[in-house]
Ligand binder design. Structure first.
Ligand SMILES: [Zn+2]
Length: 120
């Protein structure tokens, strides 16, 4: 399994979370554009189809924002636990990509701790 430095891992988490947020915003613009330029003021099958499309985009917006928030809060939670309690150095350990929880071992003093368990 690939191992990378914590700072790099944290940067990746933030990058992915903001990609989710950007997608969420783009869907929001799409939603607003459909309401503005197509509208829902006419009757018939086209109006129902427009409402179905808007419903789908609305669900996507909620899901994309949820993903952004989960990834962002995970990254921030891990960053707040990344300081070695023994020597005080920040983020001096490697992270296995995809592994959870994160088993941290300080590169400076060899102190070990676990990030991501419910032990706050
Ligand atoms: Zn340390």
């Amino acid at each position: 399994m690939q191992q990378i430095k914590f700072n790099r891992w944290h940067e990746r988490q933030l990058f992915v979370s903001f990609a989710w947020l950007l997608s969420c915003l783009l869907c929001g613009f799409l939603f607003a554009a459909i309401v503005e330029f197509v509208g829902i003021n006419f009757s018939g099958i086209f109006s129902i189809l427009t409402l179905i499309v808007l419903y789908g985009i609305g669900i996507a917006i909620i899901e994309l924002f949820r993903r952004f928030w989960m990834q962002f809060s995970l990254a921030q939670h891990c960053a707040s636990s990344a300081t070695c309690s023994s020597c005080g150095s920040y983020g001096l350990f490697e992270v296995r990509v995809g592994a959870w929880p994160i088993y941290a071992r300080c590169n400076k003093c060899d102190h070990q701790w676990v990030i991501g368990q419910d032990d706050e």
